[in-house]
Design a protein around this ligand. Sequence first.
Ligand code: PHE
Length: 452
Amino acid sequence: MEGHQAQGQAGHSDRTTQERFSAKGFIMAAIGSAVGLGNMWKFPYITGKYGGAAFFALFLICLLVIGLPILLAELTIGRGGRGNPSASMRRLSGQRKWGVLGGLAILCPFIILSYYSVVAGWTVHYSIKAFAGTLFSGVGYGQQFEELMSSWVPAFWQLAVMAICALVVGRGVAAGIEKFNKLLIPAMLVLLIMMMIRAITLPGAMSGVQYFLRPDFSMLTPTSVLAALGHAFFSLSLGMGTILTYGAYVDRRQSLSQAALAVTGGDVLYALLAGLIIFPTCFAFGIEVSQGPGLIFAALPVAFEAMPLGTLFGGLFFLLLSIAAITSAVSLLEVPVAFVMERWGWSRSKASAIVATACFMVGLPSALSVGGAVQGLSLAGKSFFDWMDFISSNIMLPVGGLIVALFAGYAWKQAADEAGLAGRAAWLWLALLRYVAPVLVMLIFLHSMGWI
Ligand code: PHE
């Protein structure tokens, strides 16, 4: 059976298709998903670790060569199939097995959300502490971070973050997700620009700008290439059904290739601004930028404490992180919610409340395992939190990306039509999906498993 017929028949039973984004609303929501802790927290520290500006250049290349084609593929599958990842793939191919493979892309965001909401909670906590001034109480930042980790506080904020997400997703695609992002994405841009001006006018900031923007390619190693590839994937929210699910709510008349370009451009812009805040600030205050994940929580507050109006800027910085994280978390929650709505016919509000509660419970050990009550819950030297991260980002995410590339590249013959591509553009897109993306995704996978 042809995909389009299957889609027409299944369409009437599909509750999620009754909802739509406006053209601008979709771009905002997709940027909201893409711009997250990946841009503000992970991107700076991996850039510091893997070679500064040269790594940034590599990241841009990876976004174009692999990120953009897969982003377009996810959007296309979502809009073509008008449903959650599993339903869309089953409808478009007419084969059950693709439905099962698409099902992976429902489990993955659920797992990611379970610990992503924990980190989002840390940022909310830091924002409040910074505004209140208690962050700058003289206690060492490393120690403050450890104290937070060993308490129940992270679980409280994780719950708060999940509740916000459930409220937004529960209100619906247009009234909830779109409205929320339309308000917050521009607000984030204003905050980022303000912070960037503050950062680059600090004395000594220019060496940080240079470090970030003037590439020295001799610093690159094969590991940096793979890290850039993996991050391009994570940063665009690919491989876990979020963009695919949002794609199901896109209007038929919207150009998907333009939308994909806008989202990729937005992601780059926000990463660029984040880098222009963090590197100049670190260089101005002599903070080591290659110190890893603790950079933002344990090191950066030193700079806010020392700068004029530091309480305000520190508070705004962590507020920015919280917004970035929550708009991404919303997109993660939407995937399993869309699935249970469609599968079991639940109402949106019921689905949101139940899925968010389940996700909170699965995430609870993550909230408490970094140094807290269930610290003992570790296996092979990794905490529960690290395992969740490892299984989802390092295993399920590349596998999800591979499935999307193979599906749009081989299994679904009308993919290029739905994407609105013809001639050379279609040829290039399919070639990237068929030959280049699978090889690169396999490399990311082998690298993240530590096998190459
Ligand atoms: N892209 C988000 C970030 O950069 C993370 C994310 C991944 C969000 C997948 C949703 C889905 O932080």
